[in-house]
Ligand binder design. Sequence first.
Ligand SMILES: C[S@@+](CC[C@H](N)C(=O)[O-])C[C@H]1O[C@@H](n2cnc3c(N)ncnc32)[C@H](O)[C@@H]1O
Length: 626
Amino acid sequence: MGRKPRSFGLDFPAAANISNAINTAADCGFGFVSVPLAHPMLRRCANDQSVPVEKSKWMRTDLVLSANDWQVRVIPKISSWLELDSPNEGFRKRSEEVFHQELAFAHHLGIKAVLMDLRRRHNVNLARHLLSRLTSENSSYFRDEVWLQIPTTSRKMNTASCRNDVPEDDDEDKDDPWHWWDDLRLLCSSTMRIKVALEVTADLPSEEKLSRWYGEPIEVLVIPTSLFFTNKAGYPTLSKAHQRFIQKCAAREMTVLVTGGNRHASLRHYVQYMNHLFQSAELPPHIQCNLGFEDNLQVPLQPLADHLESFTYETFEKDPVKYTEYGNAVYQALLDRVPEAEIETNTQVIMVVGAGRGPLVTQTIHAAKKANRKIRVYAVEKNPNAVVTLMDLKKVSWGDIVKVVHCDMRKWKAPEKCDILVSELLGSFGDNELSPECLDGAQVFLKDDGISIPESYRSYVQPIMSMRLYNETRELKICDKPYYYKFEQTYVVAQTNSYWIAPRQQLFEFIHPNRSEVVDNTRYKRLKFVASEDSTLYGFTGYFDTTLYKDITLSIVPDTYSRGMFSWFPLYIPIMEPMSLKKGDPIELLFWRRRDQTKVWYEWCVQRPLTTGIHNINGRSSTIGL
Ligand SMILES: C[S@@+](CC[C@H](N)C(=O)[O-])C[C@H]1O[C@@H](n2cnc3c(N)ncnc32)[C@H](O)[C@@H]1O
C-alpha cells in the first residue's frame, strides 16, 4: 500500500484576496494555495521601463495574512513573464531585477519555497541568478527553496512522437523538458535547494522517459484538472497511464498541487481521488519494506571489527523472512543428511557461527524438531556482550543441546567436525561484512561432505541517476578529510529517489565451503552497461542475493526481492563527479575487491563514456577491518 501525499495545494492563476483563496481551498480539503506573488491589479508591465523596479507597486501588504499563514498556507509563484535569458538586454535586466525583488519579498514573508516556471531549455543566466541567491555565503536566503515547475512533455516533443507527417528532428530530445531540468541542475549542482514541481501533462512521454523522473528531486506533483475524465458515478478519474505514473510516484513523500478550473461537483473530489490513488498504490516489495528509512545514508556495519549493539540485534531479529528461510534451509539439509532409518542413531552436529543473540540457534532447534532429527549445536560468537544473551538462552530455553563458545570462529579449535555450518555474516553487498574471510577460517571444522548454509552469495551493481544520493553524500559533514573521502565510501541506503539507467549485472560470487587449492577472495571485474535514456550517472547501487540451501534463497535485488524482508538496504556507491550520458552510451565500470593482512576494501572507476579516477585506491578512504 502506498502513502498519502504530504499535503494538497490548490493553484490560483490570480488571487486578489488571498484570505478568501485560502478559505475556499480549505473548504475543499486543500492545505495551502499557490498564488502569484504579484497582486493581479498591480502587475508591472514587463516592457515598461519608465518605472524603476524598486519603485513599482506590485505586492499587497504582508498584513493580509498572519506570518504563520504565509509560511504554512501559501506557496507563491514568481511572475511567469520573467525571461532571465532573453536576448533583449533591457527585458533581461528588468527580469533579473524583478526576480530578485520577488525572491526577497518571499523571503521577507518567511516562505519556505517559491514556485517558478521552467519553460525552455536555455536557462544559463537564470541558473546563475538562482545559484547566487541560494548559495552565496553572505546570503540570508540559504534556507529557501525554489521549486521549478516543469511539464512532463513539451509541445514539440509531443508533435515529434505523435505525428509522422512532420519531419524527423534530431533535436527532438533537446525539447524534452527533462533536458531543461538536467542542464539547469548541472549548472546549479552546488545547491540542494532547487527541486522539481512536475506538471503531469495530458500526453505522457514513453515509460522509460517518465521513469527517469523517479531519480529527480520531485517535491510537488502538479495535476491539472483538465486531465480528469468523469466516471459513471460522476466523479473524476484519470487515464490508466496517468494512474500508473502517479502511483509509482507514491513511493516517495510528495505534495500534490491541483491546478485548473473545477470540472466536477466539488474540488474536494480531486483531493479524495488523489488520496485514494496514492494510498492504493501497490509499491514494489523492495520499496514497501523500506518506508520511513528512505534515502538516509548510513555507514555499513562492520560486525567483524566492531561489536554490534543490542539495538542492532533487536532490529535484525524482527525480520519475518530471513530467519524463516534459514529455518527452512536447516530443515531441508537435515532431511537430506539423515535418512528415516537413521533418525534414532544419527545426531547431526550443527555449528552456528556468528550466532549473535541466538535467533539462528532457535531456528535450528525448531527445524530439527520439525524434521524429527537429532542434533547437537555449537553457538560460536566473538561479541562478549551477545554471549551473555546466548548463555542466558541456553539456561532458560535451549538446555544441554547447545554449547555456547565465546571465540572468533577463525581461531576456534573445534572439538569435533560439524555436518552443517550455519552463518549469517552477510552485508548489503554480500561479501562486505567479510563472510568469505570468516567462513574460510571456519570451514576447517566442516566435514568433507558437510553443508554450508549459505552455500553461495553474489553481489550485483546497477548504474543509477540519483541527484539526491549524490548531494546527500556531498553534503555530509566530515571534518579533517580530503574532498574525495566521502565519494570513496559505500553507503547503506534505502533508495526511492533513483532511476535505473541500465539493468543490474552480477559482480562477484563466493561459494562455501571454498575447496579451491589456493583460497583467494580478491576479485576484479569489468562490467559493461548501456544507458537506456539520456541521463546523468551519479554512481551505482549494490545488491546481493544468497542461496542458503538448494532452492532456498534470500535476495535484495529488486526483481527477485524476498518479499517482506527488511534486514538489508542496498548500497550506494558514489562517483566523484556526475557524468552526462546519451541514450545508448556504454558505461564501463571496473571494480576490485582487495585485501592485505588487516583489512579488505573495494576500488572502482568508470572508464566509458568518460574516465574517472580510481576511487579508494589502496583503501585510502574506506576499508573493512579483518
Ligand atoms: C550480522 S550478525 C548476525 C547475528 C545473528 N546470527 C542473527 O542472524 O541475528 C553477525 C554476527 O557474527 C558475529 N561475528 C562476526 N564475525 C565473527 C567471527 N569471526 N567469529 C565469531 N563471531 C563473529 C558478530 O559479532 C555478529 O554477532
